[in-house]
Design a protein around this ligand. Structure first.
Ligand code: PGA
Length: 254
């Protein structure tokens, strides 16, 4: 059985005190209410990583994620945070190639491939994002584009390395817009992604790969999306900032 994951991407939100409260609330609710259907990954901004893990150390189904890491191993790169530093703060997962990083910070496939390598070399698990704009979808380019993003970012990995990778499909037109992909659109793309992974790593490996959906996931649409056979959880932005809403999304995973 492949892993089911609900990851909360806080993006650039929440000060320290707010973060502490949110994590504590999520931990308490997850402890009380959630069964073992899904792992929870909390991805706060970098400074929160220092204390966050201590708040859920005893909780076996909650993990810590970073939203990014440097594409260099160490050294004179002011403002960057390496995978090795993240590893030393007991980070478990790293989001790589979020569309906001690709778009606003001009991260290329090559940069992302380097980040994936460093993440894996340091024993961290990449959550590799892919997604198309509305314009690309309307032009019928979305299937090819997603395949290219996966090929360029991941297909240099060995089968053993690839087995550590989580994929997140996030159509850019659905991120933060309140417009979610329909269940059919999500399932169609997730199935295509799995087929593409199978073409490189074989059916069994593709079947084992966790593929998350991201883009306006909310408590009231999560259950339907997660019911799609190839949707293995969610990468949740806005709705991960409210503890009750986020935990209800976690609970929607059956
Ligand atoms: P959203 O963001 O849930 O606010 O749409 C998802 C993401 O960008 O990871």
């Amino acid at each position: 059985m492949r892993k089911k994951i609900i990851a909360g991407n806080w993006k650039m939100n929440l000060k320290q005190q707010e973060g502490t409260i949110l994590i504590s609330e999520v931990v308490n609710m997850v402890k009380d209410e959630v069964t073992n259907n899904a792992l929870v990954v909390l991805c706060p901004p970098f400074p929160h990583l220092g204390y966050a893990k201590k708040l859920f150390q005893s909780q076996a189904n909650i993990f810590l994620g970073s939203q990014n890491c440097a594409d260099k191993a160490s050294g004179a790169y002011t403002g960057e945070v390496s995978a090795a530093i993240l590893q030393s703060f007991e980070v478990d997962y790293v989001i790589i190639g979020h569309s906001e990083r690709r778009e606003y910070y001009k991260e290329t496939d090559q940069t992302l491939a380097a980040k994936v390598n460093l993440t894996l070399e340091n024993g961290l698990l990449p959550i590799f994002c892919c997604g198309e704009t509305l314009q690309q979808r309307q032009a019928g380019q979305h299937f090819q584009l997603i395949q290219d993003q996966l090929t360029n970012g991941l297909f240099h990995l060995s089968a053993e390395q690839f087995s550590k990778v989580v994929i997140a499909y996030e159509p850019i037109w659905a991120i933060g817009t309140g417009v979610t992909a329909s269940n059919d659109q999500a399932q169609e793309m997730h199935a295509l992604i799995r087929k593409h992974l199978a073409s490189k790593y074989g059916q069994a490996a593709a079947h084992q790969t966790t593929i998350l959906y991201g883009g306006s996931v909310k408590a009231d649409n999560a259950a339907e999306l997660f019911a799609c056979p190839d949707v293995d959880g969610g990468l949740v932005g806005g709705a991960s900032l409210k503890s009750r809403e986020f935990v209800n999304i976690v609970k929607a995973m059956k």
